[in-house]
Design a protein around this ligand. Structure first.
Ligand SMILES: [Zn+2]
Length: 250
């Protein structure tokens, strides 16, 4: 019996000999890894449909309960080639794909999958038509913090509820007021930076288009969001090193 699945290709890795492991994300199944036999041979018919960031229809015989399936064939729906041809776009997409896998790998939750799918599609569409890498990166990180249930408190002091904010604490999970800062000695930031941090943490699917008109988020803001996620969850991304190396955010 042939099963078929429409997927976004997250990544492709060498497996053995000419075989590859293709990680996919779909609404129906969340994260599924396929063994693609002979994919690395030059004559492979499935090669273009298994390129990272492509959307494709895959056929296979579903082995119930297995996270590893054997691919029969792959046909391309949308190539999203521009995301692979620009190094900066490729970097952001690689991070988004790795994070998507981390968010869903241990628990397939249909409603979470749907939320992530919508946001990933929005990021892809934006990267295809603009150069707003930093906006897209911050948006996906902020969305992930919410999905993980560890979003920073940015409406008031996380310790006492006061509104006179001058600091941000990783440990306490958000904004800190002038008085509490004196006690816990958390890092002080400029009002401008704290304002930008608050704005980005309010970005959602519905207001993202408007957020694209805001000035480009600084590298330090992107870094703090990532550090925040690492601090409060066990997620750490191998692909993050590419942002450091190419410093594409600034
Ligand atoms: Zn306080």
């Amino acid at each position: 019996m042939n099963d078929s699945l429409n997927v976004l290709i997250l990544s492709q890795n060498d497996y053995k000999e000419n075989d590859a492991l293709v990680k996919t994300f779909s609404l129906e199944k969340g994260i599924v890894t396929f063994i693609a036999k002979g994919l690395l041979k030059s004559e492979s018919k499935n090669a273009s449909a298994c390129m990272p960031f492509s959307e494709s229809t895959l056929t296979y015989d579903d082995k119930e309960g297995s996270g590893l399936q054997i691919l029969h064939s792959a046909s391309l729906i949308t190539s999203h080639r521009v995301l692979r041809e620009d190094l900066n776009k490729q970097t952001i997409m690689t991070i988004i794909c790795e994070l998507t896998e981390q968010l869903l790998k241990d628990n397939y939750d249909p409603s979470l999958s749907q939320d992530i799918y919508k946001v990933v599609q929005q990021c892809i569409a934006t990267l295809e038509k603009t150069d707003k890498y930093a906006h897209v990166m911050t948006y996906f990180l902020v969305s992930s913090l919410i999905w993980l249930g560890v979003e920073p408190q940015v409406d008031e002091c996380t310790l006492c509820g006061d509104n006179q904010i001058n600091s941000l604490s990783m440990d306490e999970g958000g904004f800190i007021c002038v008085n509490c800062q004196k006690e816990i000695q958390s890092t002080i930031y400029t009002t401008e930076f704290l304002y930008a941090f608050r704005i980005v943490n309010k970005v959602t699917y519905d207001n993202f288009e408007r957020y694209l008109n805001y000035k480009k988020p600084e590298k330090i803001l992107v870094d703090i969001l990532y550090e925040f996620m690492k601090y409060h969850t066990n997620i750490s991304l191998k692909s993050w090193v590419f942002i450091e190396k190419w410093s594409i955010i600034n």
